[in-house]
Ligand binder design. Structure first.
Ligand code: MN
Length: 199
């Protein structure tokens, strides 16, 4: 079977995000859970109408098991890519900072609303900062493997609130996990997402 999809490379060591995200969580979350989504997607896409299609197209259009696994591969790729142990040394681009300021007043207020959305998701899902075609920002609560592509929106920043993302480190304290992520956000990467089409 042709391997269409592969694990996204991690731009940092498995222990680089400690203590906010432990090496043990990275080994299970990235190493086991994401690997399973990649393996499932390769198995399911073979011989389907989506064979040979790019990940973002499948994540945007497929439903059922293919849509769920493609969504999870796409979402996790953005999630793991957006962090850096040197996140606090980065800042939004001038354009993104202005978009955030006009919509939310400040980056802190935007992150407060994104955290509220993440904590408020009932069960498993993702909270997203999104942009529409005109650059207007919004926050999306996405259950399961849902993502902004399915809503015609551009994904900028995401929070995985599936329990596998935080349970080893935080158990039931989802809000503490979300708060611990903010200093790890690489705003250079988030800003780049605001400038180019991901799909
Ligand atoms: Mn996850």
């Amino acid at each position: 079977m042709k391997e269409l999809f592969v694990m996204p490379a991690l731009g940092y060591a498995a222990d680089a995000l400690e203590p906010a995200v432990s090496k043990r969580t990275m080994e299970f979350h990235y190493g086991k859970h994401l690997q399973t989504y990649v393996d499932n997607l390769n198995r399911l896409v073979a011989g389907s109408p989506f064979e040979g299609k790019p990940l973002c197209e499948i994540a945007a259009q497929a439903d059922g098991a293919i849509g769920n696994n493609a969504g999870q591969v796409f979402n996790h790729t953005l999630y793991f890519e957006q962090f850096s142990p040197r996140g606090t040394e980065t800042a939004p681009s001038a354009r993104l900072e202005a978009l955030i300021a006009s919509r939310y007043g400040s980056r802190e207020k935007m992150l407060g609303q994104l955290a509220e959305a993440a904590v408020g998701i009932f069960g498993s899902g993702w909270a997203w900062l999104t942009a529409d075609a005109d650059g207007r920002l919004d926050i999306l609560q996405a259950p399961g493997a849902d993502n902004p592509l399915r809503h015609g929106l551009r994904p900028l920043l995401t929070v995985d609130v599936w329990e596998h993302a935080y349970y080893l480190d935080y158990q039931n304290r989802r809000a503490d996990y979300v708060a611990a992520l903010w200093p790890l956000v690489d705003w250079d990467i988030v800003s780049a997402r605001a400038e180019k089409e991901l799909c």
